[in-house]
Design a protein around this ligand. Structure first.
Ligand SMILES: O=P(O)(O)OC[C@H]1O[C@H](OP(=O)(O)OP(=O)(O)O)[C@H](O)[C@@H]1O
Ligand code: HPA
Ligand SMILES: [Mg+2]
Length: 176
């Protein structure tokens, strides 16, 4: 698809959003030991790197790879687990770290899977939320920013594997 991109959220705004999110997460887990942050590859990598450096205390990180979009711009609803976490989940405070919730299919699948392993607690954090696109209701505990129904890229988020390296978040604008 021929397209261009337009900046929506600057690197400075992302920084502020992360400071605020980290403050809430640190307060929530003040009495927790061995918090496990689970990032969903690949989209959450940049967000996870910046967020985990703001979290205080004993924190561990791990990753899962799930994919539903491939190179398309709409959810296949068939969420595939491509890589599981290596960490023990039972008895742990677990925070799933996601870049973006759109239909909710990805987070819903991961949440259901991790709940079966008896975590002490399981919470969800997303940098961006697109509530207008939701197909499945997922309880999200920490939301960085709510955005309108635009296809977005940057700061780890791709369109056909491109743009993950942008330091800001942009929307994809189709050209005809
Ligand atoms: O709420 P949903 O409709 O499920 O969409 C959100 C998911 O889609 C994107 O990942 P994608 O599957 O494209 O893989 P990626 O993280 O490797 O880019 C994004 O990073 C979220 O993980
Ligand atoms: O807006 C988006 N951008 C990139 N990948 C996505 N996966 C779901 N929504 C999006
Ligand atoms: Mg993803």
């Amino acid at each position: 698809m021929k397209h261009t991109i337009e900046q929506m959220i600057s690197a400075e705004e992302i920084d502020t959003i992360l400071d605020q999110l980290a403050e809430r997460i640190n307060a929530h887990y003040a009495n927790s030991d061995r918090l496990l942050m689970v990032g969903l590859l690949k989209g959450s990598v940049v967000f996870m790197a910046d967020l985990c450096r703001r979290i205080k205390g004993h924190v561990e990180i791990d990753f899962m790879a799930v994919s539903s979009y491939g190179n398309a711009t709409s959810s296949s609803r068939d969420v595939k687990i491509l890589k599981d976490v290596q960490s023990e989940i039972a008895g742990r405070d677990v925070l799933i770290v996601e870049d973006l919730i759109d239909s909710g299919n990805t987070l819903n699948k991961v949440r259901e899977m991790l709940l079966l392993r008896d975590p002490k607690s399981l919470a969800l954090c997303t940098l961006l939320d697109k509530p207008e696109r939701r197909e499945i209701d997922v309880p999200v505990d920490f939301i960085g920013m709510t955005i309108p129904d635009e296809f977005i890229v940057g700061y780890g988020i791709d369109y056909a594997e491109q743009y993950r390296n942008l330091p800001y978040i942009a929307k994809v604008v189709p050209l005809d």
